[in-house]
Design a protein around this ligand. Structure first.
Ligand SMILES: Nc1ncnc2c1ncn2[C@@H]1O[C@H](COP(=O)(O)OP(=O)(O)OP(=O)(O)O)[C@@H](O)[C@H]1O
Ligand SMILES: [Mg+2]
Length: 491
């Protein structure tokens, strides 16, 4: 098959960019090969413009334009494209010589592109402008260099995450998903799905975790001191329910004679808060629960189901498990893990401190050495902690509309060029800009549809309304029949 000639280089070029006059309309994101001086250079179309030398902007009369079109037709129009040079085709090594004017430019052939995009071990999808070319990503680099999956709601983040999870399971990996909306527990993957009920044993909790849930501010010094004392006491008295032991201890302190009225107030305040804590979290506190990290299973998707807990509790669970995981990994006591955090902007917010944020940031910085990867998933990138985000070397960015979100993402990722940024608002569902070390080149990708079922897809609300209306109508009919029968019996 003869190569598909896209056009010819024109004007001045450097080693980064070249303009071409195209023979047909190229697509933004389409790959091209430029041949000159014994080099074959890979390039990507970043911008396409079309115009006419004769029908210029200086023309001010519609009649004149009509006359020229009648005489010339569309023949005199030109298509110009700006291409970014990516590297030598074989090595992707740096381009050292700018292409000369007149050098031929071809559409990159599938074989060349496959060599570049098929080198990973998890299939993500296909190139948007070359659907015949599959895109694979490198699982090692994805896990050790972390990943951010960012897009507006409904753009396809959870679908993408599911494709990645499935790929990891095929490789025997250990994905752990913190599932804020119970989306993954019921899904069907290539491996086993283990749902971990988020039970916490107060004995294994750090004091800071307990304080957060008991809702005592660290500036409430006196209450804080009593809670800390009660906690220390309960830990050294191993028997019985920990909360009971703490309450009994505080009761004893309260009845002591040496306390002032203010101190008594504080002690009873702590006791009330401990009782509230027990009532509020009764179902998820379990004094016999094993450490969650012990329950993680390699080769299975581990789903920490946070669908029914509040944000404070989710924060404690996530931070607790991340902390234990990092600790155990340092001692090589658990398998390498890829931790997926849905709604990452809630767990690691930009302008608030949470327990999880601290551990997310620690793993973002240290995880690479120990084989713990983070995947931060968010529909509000600008609310996401910029420190953690900038540690994510890989990114899958789907439709993002708000300029402030786009800017925030660009600041965190030096690889996101202005041209790719400009694409973000026009992407369709499932289309993504893929960046980072997990792929050899940044690419516009159509992510494949996850073949297993996933809860949380777009619901058919109209069908649901219609079903409800139908049910209501049937119910009304039934009632009418019953009343009719009743009256006919009376006649
Ligand atoms: N690559 C894709 N191909 C085809 N359909 C897709 C693709 N990605 C997502 N969809 C569909 O789009 C809908 C929304 O996808 P998804 O739930 O993944 O979005 P999301 O970004 O996670 O949304 P949210 O922010 O609300 O969690 C789903 O019905 C899903 O099946
Ligand atoms: Mg989602």
């Amino acid at each position: 098959m003869s190569p598909d000639r896209m056009g010819l280089c024109v004007g001045e070029a450097d080693t980064k960019h070249v303009s071409i006059i195209a023979k047909r309309m190229p697509e933004v994101g389409e790959y091209a090969v430029i041949e000159y001086d014994g080099h074959r250079v890979l390039a990507v179309v970043e911008e396409v413009t079309r115009g006419s030398a004769t029908i210029s902007e200086k023309l001010l009369s519609a009649e004149t334009v009509e006359r020229i079109v009648r005489i010339e037709g569309a023949g005199e129009q030109y298509i110009r494209a700006r291409l970014r040079l990516l590297g030598e085709v074989e090595s992707l090594g740096m381009v050292k010589l700018p292409p000369p004017p007149g050098a031929p430019v071809y559409r990159a052939d599938p074989g060349t592109l496959r060599r570049i995009f098929s080198s990973g071990n998890i299939k993500l999808g296909t190139l948007l402008s070359h659907p015949e070319v599959e895109v694979y990503i490198d699982a090692n680099r994805m896990v050790t260099r972390h990943l951010a999956v960012l897009a507006i709601t409904g753009a396809g983040k959870s679908n993408t995450v599911s494709v990645l999870i499935d790929g990891l399971l095929r490789l025997g990996g250990m994905p752990v998903v913190f599932d804020m909306h119970s989306e993954y527990a019921e899904a069907e993957f290539s491996g086993e799905v283990r749902v971990l009920k988020p039970k916490l044993n107060p004995r294994y909790m750090l004091y800071a975790e307990l304080r957060r849930l008991v809702n005592i501010d660290d500036k409430a010094y006196i209450q804080e001191r009593y809670l800390r004392e009660a906690h220390r006491h309960a830990l050294s008295h191993g028997r019985g329910s920990m909360i009971d032991v703490m309450l009994a201890y505080l009761e004893e302190v309260y009845s002591g004679e040496e306390l002032t009225a203010t101190e008594k107030n504080s002690v009873s305040g702590v006791m009330n808060k401990l009782q509230d804590f027990r009532e509020r979290y009764g179902e998820i506190l379990d004094e016999h629960a094993p450490e969650m990290v012990e329950l993680l299973t390699p080769g299975a998707l581990n789903v920490v189901d946070l669908g029914e807990v509040d944000e404070d509790y989710a924060d404690v669970i996530v931070s607790h498990l991340l902390r234990k995981l990092l600790l155990r990994r340092k001692r090589r006591e658990v398998a390498p893990a890829f931790c997926i955090l849905e709604e990452a902007h809630i767990l690691a917010p930009a302008h608030r401190s949470t327990l999880s944020k601290y551990w997310i940031d620690r793993i973002a910085r240290e995880g690479r050495k120990f084989g713990i990867g983070l995947c931060l998933v968010s529909q509000r990138p600008k609310s996401l902690d910029p420190n953690s985000l900038s540690q994510a070397n890989n990114a899958i960015i789907m439709r993002l509309v708000e300029p402030s979100d786009q800017r925030h993402v660009q600041q965190a990722s030096e690889r996101l060029s202005d041209e790719l940024l400009a694409q973000l608002s026009s992407l369709n569902t499932g289309e993504a800009v893929v960046l980072g070390l997990m792929t050899r080149l940044p690419a516009l990708v159509k992510v494949m549809k996850f073949r297993g079922k996933l809860a949380g897809g777009d619901p058919d609300v109209v069908a649901e309304w219609q079903q409800m209306a139908e049910k209501e109508r049937e119910e009304g009919e039934r009632l009418r029949r019953e009343v009719d029968e009743l009256y006919s019996g009376l006649d």
